[in-house]
Design a protein around this ligand. Structure first.
Ligand code: NAD
Length: 471
């Protein structure tokens, strides 16, 4: 869809301005928070069997009020410097909202990964990483990338290894990037973290009946009819968890080549497998296929979850959006104008800078794990189990009866890394929602959850700058 009214970056800046205008900040401070501090553009070539190919990539640092700065690396043919700056800005706001002590950054490489073999992609990634490392745009203490569209654990492992080869004496080398495979210093629960965070955020939203009613809905996630755009990392995990664990019905999935629909609920795993095997979702049996995938954004459903890319809901299609709750799992899926339009018509939007922060939250846990050189839970898991057994034995002795087996096994289970990551993520998403909600409910000049989320971010970043004494 090519109907974005203003650029992605302009859209984000306007959302920022709308929120900053409700605050009384010292002159010039809001402007400084908004601008991108630095961006490095690199053109490099890689020699292939049939000749040389030149690539262009960027790494932007939006705000370094906290270090390291953090943000994914995107591989997409369409990525531009403007996009990378916009995404870096979202990272600064996101980290502030979920109290992750990082500044915001983002990287992009203009490439269509499917055009290359795995070996070619590895050479391209290592070359790109080397250029960024040499300029301080990848470093455990300064700038820590993670996966984004088109990249995943495999690319992160190549980047970590490239860094380690350049700095073999850096004992924290592995912390130069997050989202690595668990066997390469990654953390359990990172791959699905963004989708898991979306699930936890939606659960928290549905714990507040007044908020649910504001969105024209009632009850819990159980039975809610959901449409998801993009069945990649974020969309797949979000859809899977909502369907399998919360009883939501995924009635539509939109991909590049069309959309599939099923009123009784789509088999999320099968849709994802089909996409991986065939490069798209066309041709699946037992579902209805719609050629014009974008039209399904307008389908009748309770929750619309854009989880693919930016600029999908614009003034062109906003008037036809029927979902009353839109959960922005992707970055920037709604343009500034469409956002205003939808709010004025009573739609409730859970904004990207909050909703998809699960990825960076668990990346933060991974970075801490790397710096501490020990798996979470390794020291205390068995100790917790022993304490559980002691408590049960004490209770049994005191009351003269046996604790039932299912309770015994629950109480004697020590937390492993998975449990701790989920617990930390759940707590983060709940707390952040309530902080945003409090601002929304308590300030007359804050009209929606997005503006409230920006207010939370701006206030925290402004405080950091003011405390540093730079203003
Ligand atoms: P991904 O590459 O794994 O998946 C993206 C999916 O969207 C793919 O299946 C792709 O085919 C599909 N897609 C692309 N263009 C489309 C179109 N025009 N219509 C329909 N589907 C389309 O990427 P991802 O990591 O899941 O990221 C998705 C979004 O979430 C991006 O906006 C990204 O910035 C954001 N995000 C990702 C993470 C993360 O941890 N991966 C964290 C925060 C935010």
């Amino acid at each position: 869809m090519e109907t974005q009214e203003i650029s992605f970056k302009e859209s984000i800046d306007r959302m920022f301005d709308r929120a900053a205008a409700t605050l009384d900040l010292p002159p010039g401070l809001a402007e400084h928070i908004k601008i991108c501090n630095s961006v490095y553009q690199i053109r490099f070539f890689v020699k292939f069997r049939d000749g040389y190919k030149t690539f262009v990539g960027w790494r932007a640092v939006h705000s370094d009020h906290r270090l390291p700065v953090k943000g994914g690396i995107r591989y997409a043919l369409s990525v531009t410097q403007d996009d990378v700056e916009a995404l870096a800005a979202l990272m600064s706001y996101k980290c502030a909202i979920v109290d992750v002590p990082f500044g915001g950054s983002k990287g992009g490489l203009s490439i269509y990964p499917r055009d290359y073999t795995e070996a070619e992609l590895e050479r391209i990634t290592r070359r790109f990483a080397q250029e960024l490392i040499e300029k301080g745009y990848i470093s455990p203490s300064l700038n820590v990338p993670a996966p984004d569209m088109g990249t995943g654990p495999r690319e992160m492992a190549w980047i970590a290894d490239t860094y380690r080869m350049l700095y073999p004496n850096d004992i924290n080398a592995v912390a130069c990037v997050t989202g690595k495979p668990v066997t390469q210093g990654g953390i359990r629960g990172r791959v699905e973290a963004t989708g898991r965070g979306v699930q936890y955020a939606l659960r928290e939203f549905f714990r507040h009946p007044e908020d649910v009613a504001r969105a024209g809905l009632q009850g819990s996630l159980e039975g809610k009819r959901v449409v998801v755009q993009g069945i990649g990392n974020v969309g797949y995990h979000t859809a899977k968890f909502l369907a399998e664990e919360d009883g939501a019905r995924i009635v539509g999935i939109i991909e590049r080549d069309g959309a599939v629909l099923s009123e009784k609920g789509l088999p999320v795993d099968r849709v994802s497998d089909h996409k991986w095997e065939h490069g798209g979702i066309k041709g699946m049996s037992g579902v209805t296929f719609v050629e014009d995938g974008c039209s399904v954004l307008e389908a009748d459903c309770d929750i619309l979850i854009p989880a693919a890319l930016e600029g999908q809901i614009t003034m062109e299609n906003a008037p036809r959006i029927r979902a009353s709750l839109i959960a922005e799992a992707a970055n920037g899926p709604i343009t500034f104008e469409a956002d205003n339009y939808l709010r004025e018509r009573g739609k409730v939007i859970l904004p990207d800078i909050y909703l998809n922060a699960g990825g960076v939250t668990v990346s933060y846990f991974e970075w801490i794990k790397n710096l501490s050189h020990i798996r979470f839970g390794r020291l205390d898991r068995r100790h917790e189990e022993m304490r559980g057994r002691q408590i049960i034995e004490t209770i049994e002795t005191m009351v003269g009866r046996k604790v039932p087996d299912h309770l015994r096994s629950q109480l004697t289970q020590g937390a492993d890394e998975f449990d701790l990551v989920r617990s930390g993520l759940d707590d983060t998403m709940r707390q952040a929602y309530n902080e945003i909600r409090d601002i929304f409910l308590s300030r007359d000049n804050v009209p929606d959850l997005r503006t409230a989320a920006y207010v939370v971010a701006i206030e925290k970043i402004a405080r950091a700058y003011q405390e540093l004494g730079l203003y």
